[in-house]
Design a protein around this ligand. Sequence first.
Ligand SMILES: Nc1ncnc2c1ncn2[C@@H]1O[C@H](COP(=O)(O)OP(=O)(O)O)[C@@H](O)[C@H]1O
Ligand SMILES: [Mg+2]
Length: 245
Amino acid sequence: MPHLEMPTPNLPEGHPDKEFFNPIKKEAFEWDDENYDQIPDDVFDMLSRNDIEFLGKGTECLVLTLPDHPEKAISYSFENSYEDFDVLRAKTSFYTHKIFNILFPHNFPKIFAAFGADGDKNKGTVRERVFDAGYGGRKINHPFMKVHDFFRFVLGVRPEMFIDTNDQNFALSDDGDEYYVDLISSSGFGEGSIRKVLSGAEGRILEYMDKNRNAFGFTDDDISKVSGYIGRLREFEEKSQQSTP
Ligand SMILES: Nc1ncnc2c1ncn2[C@@H]1O[C@H](COP(=O)(O)OP(=O)(O)O)[C@@H](O)[C@H]1O
Ligand SMILES: [Mg+2]
């Protein structure tokens, strides 16, 4: 185990320092998702020296708090992850999560930044940190189940195509908001593009928002933002079709 000596990170809003995360990311890929006990003490020491909390890891990324911003989570993608976090995926995730945060503010944390890269470069997201209060006996005020219904009945696709339903990807806040703390798959786990699904369903999505103005408090501004973000996704989809005939 090499000793981890980290430079003090100096992170402008939403943009991680390239050098800071590289050594820890290389090691973190090997850690067992289910057993954080094996994370080396010097990693925890280094993180706490820099005021960084470890939030979790999956097969795709390591998630830490942003130094000096304990209310923000930064995910840091591994190179050998299942869906490479290239520029297209970063842009797709960014706008997809902007849309879902407007549609389901109690189930999707805000996304502040997404940075993709081809090859060995910094890639990941900055998201609102969810304070996981645990499920034990707590009332769920905003169950994630209604997102599943939205996928089925408004988008017309199986939710499991885009949502990784592993328990680790859900966190219940103190207020009873059930959050999805992973990213929506942009390739539908190989079954279809989220860009295509959202652009194809734009009419139904906007109608759903219009009908639920009173029930969920959607405003004209929300509706026009969602429509704008879907427009971006449609552009990306058209471009990606042109580049891969
Ligand atoms: N916004 C967040 N707030 C708090 N913890 C988070 C947040 N995002 C992710 N995590 C934690 O990090 C873990 C890994 O993140 P996730 O995006 O699911 O990575 P992967 O795609 O590798 O599964 C999650 O299971 C969760 O414990
Ligand atoms: Mg996960």
